[in-house]
Design a protein around this ligand. Structure first.
Ligand SMILES: Cc1ncc(C[n+]2csc(CCOP(=O)(O)OP(=O)(O)O)c2C)c(N)n1
Ligand SMILES: [Mg+2]
Length: 884
C-alpha cells in the first residue's frame, strides 16, 4: 500500500469527505473547487508542503450528473457507425486481397469510430455554417474510416473505394493518408508524419487568432480539432507547442488523443498509464483536460464504490494489465482485476463474464464522448485536450482486438469477417459478407436521410478543402526601384537588401498588410529589428509592460494587431506559422504572403519534414535562408555554415530555390513569386538564400528579368570565348575576380554568367530532355541552358558556396566539359578568405580549374597549369577539405 492510502484517522477523513459532499450538493462543482483550492492555499501559507499533483484519479473528468442529454438518435447512429466500420475494414481487406502488400490500417479507425461519428453527427461545422468551417486534423491512419463515411454520404464512389491506395488507377484512387496534394478537394491537412499534426494544429489555431486580431476575419467561434494517437504523443513536436497554446489562451483549439494504449509494436506505456502521464503534461502546460476513460456501463459500479476500492485497484494496475483484460475477456478480468479484493468482486457479482468483458471504455461511448466535446467547445480561456480511452482493433476479435499485432492487421479471413459482421449486426448474408462488399444505405432509408440531415444542419460535409481566395494584385516591380538601381558605392549584403525590400513591400498600400514576416529570434541578426516598430510584433494581449527600450524610436513593440510573428527560438513553431499563413488562402479565403526568415542552417536540415508537409498541403510563401553559404558566413563555424540546404530544396518538388548575388535579383524573384502565388493562385514556395557579405550591387542589366527567373543570365560575353565561368550567389565576386586574373595573368578572356538557380535550370533541362525522349517525331526543344550556352562548346567552370552536387545538377545538360567547385565538408570558423581557400572555391582555384580545362582541351600547355600553382602558391599536398 502506498503512503497515500495510509489513513491514521479514518473518522476524521470521513468528516472532511462529508463536508465536501455537502458543498457539492449545496453549491455545486465550481464552489467546491474554490473551497478546496482555498484550503490548499491556506495550508501552503502555513508551511504544509503539498506535493504538486498534475493528475487526477483515473476516472472520467465529467461526472454522470454533469453530462448533457444526448442530442441524437442512438439507434440510427449506431447503425451508421457500424456500416462505416464495416466499409473501412472492407476497403483495406479488399485492397490487400487484390494487391497483397498494398497496406492500409483497420485497427486505428476501429478504435476511433465513436470519436469521429459523434463529431460528424453533432460537432464538426462545415463550410456553409454561419460560424465557418472547423479545421480538422484527422489521424492519418484512420483515413479508411473517413473515406468510408464519405462513401455513405455519397461523396465518394464504389470505384474510389475499390482504388484505395491505387491512385494511378483509372478514374483515380484514394490516397493512403490525408494528402491535400493528392486529393485537393478533400483533405485539408497532412498528418501522417507523426508529431507534425499536433504542432501545426496549435499554430493554425494561433494564426486564426492573428487573422481575427488583425481584422481580416470575424471571430465566429471556429475551432481547430486535432485527432492524435497516444503513441504519436511521444514525438517531441507533439507536446512542443503546448505552452504556446495555453499562453495565448487558444480556446479555439481542441486535441483529441485516441488513447488505445497501443502503438505499432506494442503498448505505449506498458508499465504505467499513458492517460495519466498525458494528463500531467497537459495540465502542467495549462490545458483544460477532459478524461473519458469509462463508458456508461461503469457509472453504477463507480458510484457504488463508496470505500474507494475500485479506485485503489485501478491505481495499482498499469496499461499492460488493461490491455490483457481486453484480450483475455471477462472471466480473466474478474479473476485478475476484481478478484484481488473481496469487496470489489462483490461489486460485479451480478454481471456475467460476458457482460463484464463487454463493458466499454469511455471512448466507445457516444454519451461520454459527446459530453466531452460539448464541454470542450464551450470551454473559455484556453485549449482543451480530450483523452479518450479506446480499444485498438475494436470489434476485430481474434483478428486483432487489443493485440500487439493489431496495427498491421491488413485483412480478415472468412471467419473473421463473419465475426465482424455479427458483432456490428451488418445486414449481409454469410455468402455476401465473406466477400467483404461495401454497403451503402439506400437514398430513401432513414439512416441515409439522418446522416445527410445532420451534416446539412452543421453546414455541409467534412473534410472539404476550399480553394477560392480573393485574388490580390501585385504592384509593379518598380516599387523596388531602389534594388533595381544598384547601390552605387555602398557595400551591402543580400540579407540587408532583402530587409529593405520587405520594408518597402510592407509599406505598400495595396499588398503590404497581407505580408506576414516570421522570424525565430533572429531579427537583429538580419537587421530586421527596425520593422518591430514599423509593423509591431503580434501579441494577442498587446503590450502589458513598458519595454526597456521604450525611450528609443525603434523600440520592441508588441501589439494586438502586430504584423510580425516573432516565434522565439523555435524553428519548428516558426515553420508551422509559415504553413498556417501560407494556407490562409484555403482556410480563410484570404491570401497572406508569409516571409519566413531564419538562419539557413536551421532550416531544411532541421524542419524539412514540415516543409515537405507544407508542399503536401499546398502552402505558399517565401522561405529565406539568412546568413547562408558555407564560406560566406565565416566566424560561426561548423554547425552554422550552410552549404547544402539547396540540395534539400532541389529535391522538394514545389520549391523554387534561388541563391542570389545582387539586390535586383531579389526584387525580380520576389516579385515573380508573389505574382505566381496571389495573382495566379499557384501553390509554390520560393526559397532564397541570402548572405551577409557586403559588396557593391550593380544596377539591373537590360532584359535579364526572365532569365533571372529561369536560373541563368549573362554577365559578360567575349568575342572568341575559350572558357566560361558560372558564378552563383556570393561567389559571383570570386568568379569576377578570377576572370580578371585569367585575363591579366594568363591572357584568357572568359565569358561570365550568373546562375541564380541550379535547380530551376536542371528542372527545365530535364523536362525538355524528357519531352524530346517521348516525342522523337517532333523537332527537339531546347532548354534555357542549351539556348544560352550551346553556341560555344567550350569548357565551363561553375562555382557556388554550396556542395558540388548543387552545381553538378546541371552537369549533364551543359554543352562541353563541365567542372564544379563547391564547399563539401564540415565548415569551421575563419576569415572568409581563408575559408574560400580551404574549400578551394576562391579566385585562384577557379583560375587553376579553368587553365587546366584549357590544357586538357589542348588550348594551353600543362606547363601553364603548373605555373598557375606556383604563382598563387597552391600546395599540391594540401589536405582535402572533405577529410580534415
Ligand atoms: C514520424 C513517424 N514515425 C513513424 C511512423 C510510422 N507509424 C505509423 S502509425 C504508427 C503507430 C501509431 O500509434 P498511435 O499514435 O498510438 O496511433 P494508433 O494507430 O494507435 O491510434 C507508427 C509508428 C509515422 N507515420 N511517422
Ligand atoms: Mg495508439
Amino acid at each position: 500500500m502506498t503512503d497515500q492510502y495510509k489513513d491514521v484517522d479514518p473518522q476524521e477523513t470521513q468528516e472532511w469527505v462529508e463536508s465536501i459532499e455537502d458543498a457539492l450538493e449545496e453549491h455545486g462543482y465550481e464552489r467546491t473547487r474554490f473551497l478546496l483550492e482555498s484550503l490548499i492555499e491556506f495550508a501552503q501559507s502555513k508551511g504544509a508542503r503539498l506535493p504538486f499533483n498534475t493528475s487526477t484519479p483515473f476516472l472520467n473528468t465529467i461526472l454522470p450528473g454533469q453530462q448533457p442529454e444526448y442530442p441524437g438518435d442512438r439507434d440510427i447512429e449506431r447503425k451508421i457507425k457500424s456500416i462505416v466500420r464495416w466499409n473501412a475494414m472492407a476497403m483495406v481487406t479488399k485492397a490487400n486481397k487484390e494487391t497483397p502488400g498494398i497496406g492500409g490500417h483497420i485497427s486505428t479507425y476501429a478504435s476511433a469510430a465513436t470519436l469521429y461519428e459523434v463529431a460528424f453527427n453533432h460537432i464538426f461545422k462545415g463550410s456553409d455554417h454561419s460560424s465557418g468551417q472547423d479545421l480538422v486534423f484527422f489521424q492519418g491512419h484512420a483515413s479508411p474510416g473517413v473515406y468510408a463515411r464519405a462513401y455513405l454520404e455519397g461523396r465518394l464512389s464504389k470505384d474510389n473505394l475499390d482504388n484505395f491506395r491505387r491512385e494511378l488507377a483509372e478514374g483515380g484512387g484514394l490516397s493512403s493518408y490525408p494528402h491535400p496534394y493528392l486529393m485537393p478537394e478533400f483533405w485539408q491537412f497532412a498528418t501522417v508524419s507523426m508529431g507534425l499534426g499536433p504542432m501545426m494544429a496549435v499554430y493554425q489555431a494561433r494564426f486564426m487568432r492573428y487573422m481575427i486580431d488583425r481584422g481580416f476575419v470575424e471571430n465566429t467561434g471556429r475551432k481547430v480539432f486535432a485527432f492524435l494517437g497516444d503513441g504519436e504523443m511521444d514525438e517531441p513536436e507533439s507536446t512542443g507547442a503546448l505552452t504556446l497554446a495555453s499562453r495565448e489562451n487558444l480556446d479555439n483549439l481542441i486535441f483529441v488523443v485516441n488513447c488505445n494504449l497501443q502503438r505499432l509494436d506494442g503498448p505505449v506505456r506498458g508499465n504505467s498509464k499513458v492517460i495519466q502521464e498525458l494528463e500531467g503534461a497537459f495540465r502542467g502546460a495549462g490545458w483544460n483536460v477532459i478524461k473519458v476513460i469509462w463508458g456508461s456501463d461503469w457509472d453504477e459500479l463507480i458510484e457504488k464504490d463508496v470505500s474507494g476500492t475500485f479506485l485503489k485497484r485501478i491505481d495499482e494496475i498499469v496499461d499492460g494489465d488493461l490491455l490483457k483484460y481486453v484480450v483475455e475477456g471477462g472471466a480473466y478480468f474478474r479473476e485478475h482485476f476484481f478478484g484481488k479484493y473481496p469487496e470489489l468482486l462483490k461489486l460485479v457479482e451480478h454481471l456475467t463474464d460476458e457482460e463484464l468483458g463487454k463493458m466499454r471504455p469511455g471512448g466507445h461511448d457516444p454519451v461520454k464522448v459527446y459530453a466531452a466535446y460539448q464541454e470542450a467547445i464551450n470551454h473559455k480561456g484556453g485549449p482543451t485536450v480530450i483523452l479518450a480511452r479506446t480499444i485498438k482493433g475494436y470489434g476485430l476479435g481474434e483478428a486483432g482486438e487489443g493485440r500487439n499485432i493489431t496495427h498491421n492487421q491488413k485483412k480478415l479471413n472468412e471467419n473473421e469477417l463473419l465475426y465482424f459482421r455479427d458483432r456490428f449486426s451488418v445486414p449481409l448474408s454469410d455468402d455476401d459478407a465473406s466477400k467483404a462488399p461495401f454497403y451503402r444505405f439506400s437514398k430513401d432509408s432513414k439512416e441515409h436521410k439522418y446522416l445527410i440531415e445532420k451534416r446539412k444542419s452543421l453546414g455541409g460535409f467534412l473534410p472539404e478543402r476550399k480553394n477560392n481566395p480573393k485574388r490580390l494584385t501585385v504592384p509593379k516591380v518598380s516599387i523596388f526601384e531602389e534594388m533595381l538601381a544598384g547601390t552605387g558605392d555602398r557595400e551591402v549584403s543580400t540579407t540587408m537588401s532583402f530587409i529593405r525590400l520587405l520594408t518597402i513591400l510592407t509599406k505598400d498600400k495595396t499588398i503590404g498588410k497581407y505580408v506576414v514576416p516570421i522570424v525565430p529570434d533572429e531579427a537583429r541578426t538580419f537587421g530586421m529589428d527596425p520593422l518591430f516598430r514599423q509593423l509591431g510584433i503580434y501579441a494577442h494581449r498587446g503590450q502589458l509592460y513598458d519595454p526597456v527600450d521604450s525611450d528609443q524610436f525603434l523600440y520592441y513593440k508588441e501589439a494586438k494587431n502586430g504584423q510580425i510573428l516573432e516565434e522565439g527560438i523555435n524553428e519548428a513553431g516558426a515553420v508551422s506559422s509559415f504553413i498556417a499563413s501560407g494556407m490562409s488562402y484555403s482556410n480563410h479565403g484570404i491570401h497572406m504572403i508569409p516571409f519566413y526568415i531564419y538562419y539557413s542552417m536551421f532550416g531544411f536540415q532541421r524542419v524539412w519534414d514540415f516543409i515537405w508537409a507544407a508542399g503536401d498541403m499546398r502552402a505558399k510563401g517565401f522561405l529565406l535562408g539568412g546568413t547562408a553559404g558555407r564560406t560566406t558566413l565565416n566566424g560561426e563555424g561548423l554547425q552554422h555554415q550552410d552549404g547544402h540546404s539547396h540540395l534539400a530544396a532541389a529535391s522538394t518538388p514545389n520549391i523554387k530555390a534561388y541563391d542570389l548575388a545582387y539586390a535586383y535579383e531579389i526584387a525580380v524573384v520576389v516579385h515573380r513569386g508573389m505574382q505566381e502565388m496571389v495573382e495566379e493562385n499557384k501553390d509554390v514556395i520560393y526559397y532564397l538564400t541570402l548572405e551577409n557579405e557586403n559588396y557593391v550591387h550593380p544596377p539591373i542589366p537590360d532584359d535579364v528579368s526572365d532569365d533571372i527567373i529561369k536560373g541563368l543570365y549573362k554577365i559578360r560575353s567575349t568575342q572568341k570565348p575559350t572558357v566560361r565561368l558560372l558564378g552563383s550567389g556570393p561567389l559571383m565576386g570570386e568568379a569576377l575576380a578570377a576572370a580578371e586574373l585569367l585575363k591579366k595573368d594568363w591572357g584568357v578572356d572568359p565569358g561570365i554568367w550568373n546562375v541564380t538557380s541550379f535547380s530551376e535550370l536542371r528542372r527545365d533541362a530535364e523536362e525538355v530532355e524528357r519531352w524530346n525522349l517521348l516525342n522523337p517525331d517532333k523537332p527537339s526543344k531546347r532548354s534555357h541552358l542549351e539556348k544560352s550556352l550551346s553556341k560555344h562548346r567550350v569548357p565551363t567552370v561553375a562555382v557556388s558556396d554550396y556542395v558540388k552536387m548543387v552545381s553538378e545538377q546541371i552537369g549533364p545538360y551543359v554543352p562541353g566539359p563541365y567542372y564544379s567547385l563547391g564547399t563539401d565538408g564540415f565548415g569551421r570558423s575563419e576569415t572568409r578568405e581563408a575559408l574560400r581557400e580551404f574549400f578551394e572555391v576562391d579566385r585562384h582555384y577557379i583560375v587553376l580549374t579553368a587553365v587546366r580545362a584549357l590544357a586538357i582541351e589542348g588550348v594551353l600547355n600543362m606547363d601553364t597549369v603548373e605555373k598557375v600553382m606556383k604563382k598563387y602558391n597552391l600546395d599540391p599536398e594540401k589536405p582535402s577539405p572533405i577529410n580534415v
